[in-house]
Design a protein around this ligand. Structure first.
Ligand SMILES: Cc1cc2nc3c(=O)[nH]c(=O)nc-3n(C[C@H](O)[C@H](O)[C@H](O)COP(=O)(O)OP(=O)(O)OC[C@H]3O[C@@H](n4cnc5c(N)ncnc54)[C@H](O)[C@@H]3O)c2cc1C
Length: 308
């Protein structure tokens, strides 16, 4: 048997890909997970997860290790820190080529390459991700109950998330680079009328500082170039989101935002190619929705293989 041939190759080893790996391997379907970077994906960025059912509180790192171990226990092969050079998704034998020219083939492929929140692009931002900097109000809002926080951004999600964060935070300061918002009027009005929200316009954050946790930020006024220090408990950044799909351009149908549209079975426009998790066109991006997608994609891939 060719050791580089599998029933299913899963591209991406975050919550969606690892769950697909668990379901496939448990069904005795030979499965390879190829992950660019460290297995776990965005879960690893999350210091504390308190909303994954059945687990009261854990770190994202521990949750991803448990998922990986669970998949491997059933026989799933997991390769991390690979770089995907090329994929051929057409036909009955799909092919994936790595940057070291290793080639893998499979009867079906599940794309679970996730997404990335747009960063401010400041060096210190990476240091405090999950330690005072968050990109997810649903996930982390509760950790800032009674605290002072900043929301960066001026679009619909920034304003809507700022309002939702006032359920927890003592104060929410919206820092936005322009003198006006790029959001619907009702979202702007809701933020303006909320007594806990105040605004710092035509400004951006130019640095994050602290020991283990974020302690303070530098806020730069983009008109005057003046910089002020501000003590803060947390910063939520909502300046856009990108699906990790550049490697699948012209290989599978992507929408205008680069997300992969699927049907309810997670099938894409290419037979035998499924998509799961944050890379998919969908509204709610959480671990629980990614694992759900991964399970559905795995079952659909099994059905597809059986029907071939
Ligand atoms: C800071 C933060 C905190 C969060 N907190 C929570 C929370 O508390 N609760 C909650 O439910 N959700 C939370 N979320 C959201 C949640 O983490 C995601 O919705 C979920 O993990 C997405 O899983 P995924 O498998 O679809 O994608 P990802 O986690 O993005 O995993 C995709 C993996 O694929 C890899 N990859 C990328 N491109 C390729 C490629 N071409 N080939 C192979 N591999 C590739 C990536 O490196 C990554 O490892 C949080 C998100 C962030 C950013």
């Amino acid at each position: 048997m060719n050791t580089n041939h599998f029933d299913v190759i899963v591209l991406g080893g975050g919550a969606a890909g690892l769950t697909a790996g668990i379901y496939l391997s448990r069904a005795k379907v030979s499965t390879l997970i190829l992950n660019e970077g460290m297995v776990g994906g965005q879960m690893v960025l999350t210091y504390e997860i308190a909303n994954y059912p059945g687990i009261e509180q854990t770190s994202g790192y521990m949750l991803s290790l448990t998922m990986k171990k669970q998949a491997e226990t059933f026989g799933c092969v997991v390769k991390q820190n690979v770089i995907i050079k090329d994929v051929n998704l057409e036909g009955s034998v799909k092919k994936v080529v790595l940057s070291n020219n290793e080639e893998y083939t499979a009867k079906a492929v599940i794309i679970a390459s996730g997404g990335s929140s747009r960063n401010l692009g400041i060096e210190s931002e990476d240091t405090f991700k999950g330690r005072g900097i968050s990109y997810c109000a649903t996930c982390d809002g509760d950790f800032y109950t009674g605290r002072d926080i900043i929301v960066v951004g001026g679009g619909n999600s920034a304003l809507e998330e700022a309002v939702s964060l006032t359920k927890y935070a003592k104060t929410v300061t919206i820092v936005h680079q322009f003198d006006h918002f790029q959001a619907f009027e009702h979202a702007v009005e809701a933020a303006k009328q909320n007594p806990k929200i105040n605004f710092v316009m035509e400004s951006t954050i130019s640095g994050f500082y602290g020991q283990d946790q974020l302690d303070f930020v530098k806020i730069k006024n983009l008109k005057t170039n003046e910089t002020t220090d501000r003590t803060i408990d947390g910063v939520f950044i909502f300046i856009g989101y990108m699906a990790n799909s550049t490697k699948f351009q012209n290989k599978v149908h992507l929408n205008q935002r680069g997300e992969i549209p699927t049907d309810e079975k997670m099938a894409t426009n290419i037979p035998g190619v499924f998509a799961a998790g944050d890379v998919r066109e969908k509204q709610i991006r959480q671990i629980v929705t990614a694992t759900s997608d991964g399970a559905i994609a795995a079952i659909s891939a099994i059905e597809y293989i059986q029907n071939q």
